[in-house]
Every structure is written in structure tokens, then in C-alpha cells.
Ligand binder design. Structure first.
Ligand code: BG6
Length: 478
């Protein structure tokens, strides 16, 4: 015991994105329409993401941000060169299922789609940037929602297995880090966005959601199996929308609310990581009239093929209370909001800013799962001003990241095993929650506005140079 760990050699510093938020080219070279391609900017977006959709075609007069996004599809070389200039060791991206299987259930994959990702991976590897790939980051081919009801339907397991095996076979020499479903726990809140679910009149929503989740869990476990068989030196993880929860007071009832809230988040990850439904889930299902349909072999598959690491996003902590009056003092968050925590500030979008929560979350996940962690999303969504001298003075972003890096360093010193850190949206991208461009996370500014106007020009922000230094020193200053 004579040395406290710092950021380890080989720490995977980088940035994270999702296909639908950067690529654009939404129907190029055989790509099919995805669920997100039907999510407009503006008030309808929430309705659609929650499963209240009325058409499987884009509607006149709406703006669909994913259709062009930031045009990464045509500009990936320029973007990756900028990531390389910052010294990225890793780049998290997702593959759009509909580029590979345009309808999701096609017999053969679309070669042009496969080739596009080959080209992107080659470009990354040219600069020694490790690709970190999410197999499904919210979008799925619309046909799967329309024809089968999305993940409500068990057929999705075999379709996903085929899709993921196609990826492992094709990219086995290029990609070593994989993740199955982005923020799998979001399925319970955004049923259409990530799972293509549209509720029918009178359906027991909880029943539908947990059955769909079960399908995703089995599919995820089968992807773990296939990944290990096809690429023995790869690591494949799950992905949790994380954020520790505080009780509003020391009232034991408040603390119990904390446990309930955390369990809702952890339930699916508990299965992916420990290989079985936890006892508290069984009670929850019984008390809520949820009867999961299992097929023979499901439980064995879950048990046998658990994930290698825990990927997670952390933007905010949360706070809760058992007192309905306190619960009214609410602020927004990454889908799930929070009681306003009087000790903490919030972002322009109302998300609580809590660097210490990052250390707490890392420690909690480490203790709960005892597996390596990968921080695959974190960052500040803020309005930026492009100055006349072509830069953005984003000191607020630097401050946010700086405080979070200091806490990650503390977590590492606490003994938490962390593989890497990819900040959300290293280049400005479309906001998933609102569809806006003005909610910017990047080190690289993209000249594009909420109404779709702009040249798409890329411009380095002040934080670009700052992050470059951090990476060059492997976080030595913390
Ligand atoms: C995560 C998602 O939930 O949060 C991303 O994985 C998303 O897709 C990110 O973009 C930030 O949320 P928002 O709403 O600011 O884009």
C-alpha cells in the first residue's frame, strides 16, 4: 500500500456520439427510416418518444433534426481529424441498424451501410483512436415498430442477434469495445425512442414495458455470447443512465424513496451484470400485476452471458422525497427529473450539476457490480456564442468538466477501476431530448441553428485546447 492510483496508462479519453444525432444522410445508400427519423423538433417530440405516434411517415411542416443532423456521414474525415488533433484515444459511436438492415428483418445486409462503418473505423484506427461501438443507441428501423410493435414482440430477439452477429463478423478486426443497448433503463421512460413501442388502448403499460425489457435483456445476453465467440479479445458492456439519488431529508421514508428510485434504474443492469432478476424485482412484478413470459432457456442465457463492463452516462444526481409537497419542487433532468436540491446549481436546461455525485456514482457502481466501469457520457449542454474571431469562450464547459474530472480522479484513488471517459457530444450535435442544436456539448462548434440553417462549418472552441492538454497529460493535474 505505498501508491495511490491516478489515471491509468492507456486510459481511454475521448468523446461519445450516436448515429442519429450526428450522421444525417437519413436515406442515403439504402438506409431505411428509423424511429428517431420520425421524431420532430418541438412539442410533438415528447409525445412521439413516449409512444403516442400517429404516422409512420415524416409529416409536412415538421423539422426532423436527424435527417441532416451535423452531416457526419459526409464529413467524418474532417471530424475525426479534429478528434485526433485533441489526442483522442477512443471515440464512442453507434451503428444505425437501418443502414445495415434497412427494414430490420431483411435477409441480407446492405453492403453500402456496412462499408460506411468500415470507412469510419479505418479512419479512426489510422489515428490510433479505439472505436467504442453501441449496437443500438435508441434508433431502430421503423419497419420493426410498424410490423412487429418493436420490442414488445419476442421476434426482436432473433433479429437483434442476427444484426449484432453481422457486426461482430464484419468488424472483428477493428472494434474491441462494444455496448448492447444505450441507457437500457430509459426504455421504461421513452418506449418509442429506443424500443419502437406504441401503446394500444387499455394496455397495462408496465406489463408491456417490462416484457419488452425482458426481450432486450435476452437479446443483450445473446449478443454477449456471440461477441465472445466471434471476437475473443473484445469487451462488451451494458449501458446505464446513471446518477446517484439523495434523500431530501433524513426521514427514513425519504431514504426508502431513494432506494426505490435507484432500484428502478438498476433493475435491468442487475440482470445484465449479475445474470438474474433481483429479489426486489420479483416483489415489484407481483405487486404491479406484471407477469413476464419466459421461454425455456431464457434464465440460463441471462445467467451465463453477463457483461464485461458497466458503461454509464452521468450528467446529474437526483434528489427525492416521500412528501408530496416537496415533490412539487421539481427540476428537469435527463428524462427523469429531480426534486430541486438546495445545495446544487442547475444548467440552463434545469439539469442538476453535481461533480461530487460523479465520485459517488462511480463508487456505488463499483461496489454493486465489481466490474470495470466506462464513463461513456458526461458533459454540459449549454448555449454558446460564436465570436467574431471564430472561437467560443466556453469557460462554463471547462469548469463543469474540470470539476467532474477531479472527482473521477478521486474515484480512481478510491480504488474504482475505470477504463475510460468519453464526453458526450465532443462535436455539437442534435439534442436527443429536445431536438435542438442550440443545446451544445462540444469542444467543436458546428455552425447550425435550431431552424436547420447554417453552413455546418466546424470551429474549435476554447475547451478544445483545454481538453487536448488534459489528454496529453493523462489527467496528471488531478
Ligand atoms: C443521453 C443519451 O440520455 O443523454 C444521448 O444517451 C443524449 O443520446 C444525452 O443526447 C444528452 O441528452 P440531451 O437531451 O441533452 O441530448
Amino acid at each position: 500500500f505505498n501508491k495511490i492510483n491516478k489515471f491509468p496508462d492507456g486510459f481511454l479519453w475521448g468523446g461519445a456520439t450516436a448515429a442519429n444525432q450526428i450522421e444525417g444522410a437519413y436515406l442515403a445508400n439504402g438506409k431505411g427510416l428509423t424511429t428517431i427519423d420520425l421524431m420532430p423538433k418541438g412539442p410533438k417530440r415528447d409525445q412521439v418518444s413516449m409512444g403516442n405516434l400517429n404516422s409512420f411517415e415524416p409529416e409536412e411542416g415538421e423539422i426532423y433534426p436527424s435527417h441532416e443532423a451535423i452531416d457526419f456521414y459526409h464529413r467524418y474525415k474532417e471530424d475525426i481529424a479534429l478528434f485526433a488533433e485533441m489526442g483522442f484515444k477512443s471515440f464512442r459511436m453507434s451503428i444505425s441498424w437501418a443502414r445495415i438492415f434497412p427494414n430490420g428483418d431483411d435477409v441480407t445486409p446492405n453492403e453500402a451501410g456496412l462499408q460506411f462503418y468500415d470507412d469510419v473505423f479505418d479512419e479512426l484506427l489510422k489515428y490510433n483512436i479505439e472505436p467504442v461501438v453501441t449496437i443500438c443507441h435508441f434508433d431502430l428501423p421503423v419497419n420493426l415498430a410498424k410490423t412487429y410493435g418493436g420490442w414488445k414482440n419476442r421476434i426482436m430477439i432473433e433479429l437483434f442477434e442476427k444484426y449484432s452477429k453481422t457486426l461482430f463478423e464484419r468488424y472483428k478486426t477493428k472494434v474491441k469495445y462494444w455496448m448492447t443497448f444505450n441507457e437500457i433503463n430509459m426504455l421504461l421512460h421513452l418506449p418509442y425512442t429506443g424500443a419502437g413501442i406504441i401503446f394500444e388502448e387499455g394496455e397495462n403499460k408496465q406489463q408491456v414495458l417490462y416484457q419488452a425489457a425482458h426481450h432486450e435483456l435476452v437479446a443483450s445476453a445473446l449478443a454477449v455470447k456471440a461477441c465472445h465467440e466471434i471476437i475473443p479479445n473484445a469487451m462488451i458492456g451494458c449501458m446505464l443512465a446513471a446518477g446517484n439519488v439523495y434523500p431530501y431529508s433524513s426521514n427514513p421514508e425519504d431514504y426508502w424513496e431513494v432506494m426505490e428510485m435507484e432500484r428502478e434504474s438498476y433493475l435491468l443492469i442487475d440482470v445484465q451484470s449479475k445474470g438474474e432478476y433481483p429479489g426486489y424485482a420479483k416483489r415489484f412484478f407481483i405487486e404491479n400485476g406484471i407477469q413476464l413470459q419466459f421461454e425455456p432457456g431464457d434464465l440460463e442465457i441471462l445467467k451465463k452471458y453477463t457483461v464485461d463492463y458497466i458503461g454509464f452516462s452521468y450528467y446529474s444526481s437526483r434528489c427525492t422525497s416521500a412528501d408530496p409537497e416537496i415533490l412539487k419542487n421539481y427540476t428537469d433532468g435527463n428524462v427523469f427529473g429531480s426534486v430541486i436540491n438546495p445545495y446544487l446549481e442547475t444548467s440552463e436546461w434545469g439539469w442538476t450539476i453535481d461533480p461530487k455525485g460523479m465520485r459517488i456514482t462511480c463508487n456505488q457502481l463499483h461496489e454493486r457490480y465489481n466490474k470495470p466501469l466506462f464513463i461513456v457520457e458526461n458533459g454540459l449542454g449549454a448555449k454558446d456564442t460564436l465570436l467574431d474571431n471564430d472561437t467560443v469562450e466556453d469557460d462554463y464547459r471547462i469548469k463543469y468538466l474540470d470539476l467532474h474530472f477531479a472527482e473521477i480522479a478521486e474515484a480512481i484513488k478510491d480504488g474504482v477501476d475505470i477504463i475510460g471517459y468519453t464526453s458526450w457530444g465532443p462535436i455539437d450535435l442534435v439534442s436527443n431530448g429536445t431536438g435542438e442544436m442550440k443545446k451544445r456539448y462540444g469542444f467543436i462548434y458546428v455552425d447550425k441553428n435550431n431552424d436547420g440553417s447554417g453552413t455546418l462549418r466546424r470551429i474549435r472552441k476554447k475547451s478544445f485546447h483545454w481538453y487536448k492538454d488534459i489528454i496529453a497529460n493523462n489527467g496528471a493535474g488531478y
